[in-house]
Design a protein around this ligand. Sequence first.
Ligand code: GRF
Length: 203
Amino acid sequence: MTNIAVLVSGGGTNLQALIDAEKSGIIKSGKIKLVVSNKADAYALKRADDNGIDSVVITRKACGSQEAMEQKIMETLEKNNIDLIVLAGFMSILTEKFTGKYDHRIINIHPSLIPSFCGAGFYGLRVHEAALEKGVKVTGATVHFVNEIPDGGEIIMQKAVSVADDDTPETLQKKVMEQAEWIILPLAVEKVSKQISERKDVK
Ligand code: GRF
């Protein structure tokens, strides 16, 4: 069994999709052991609590710097024997010190078809605004491994979503979540959890 930590900053609808997928058996090779939030008021914390999942708040402000925050998160992950880290709306770009330690053990969900509309500055509604400005007819979501390049790691799964003529950034964001993010994130988490747990069994 792969021990999973989910890192969040906000509403946590992707966290909810993972919780639901664990309950329904879509995720069967991993278990969500811990939720880490870098925002004290993240609604995702309530979702963790409602589902009996341990959670911890680790903010940059309280830690004093990005480096100190990352150090604290790493210590917490180790203490909880975490094998796989899922960034689900975690709004902080992790430095190489962190990503290098967990090579192919951190995954992220991004609300576009990478390599379009990704990298530094492309987060939240901005991604969908850019897609609409460009006039793309298809967008989607991507789950990828995290390395030192923002949105630059190996792609694990993608799903396309059609753009309608009357879409706004808000309607497109909702469509991409419902039709892509909440579907492929659990599938990708199961896929990677299975690979990690098979490797653990060999050890
Ligand atoms: C999602 O759009 C995700 O793709 C992006 O941040 C958003 C998080 O939403 N990385 P939620 O907190 O999971 O509801």
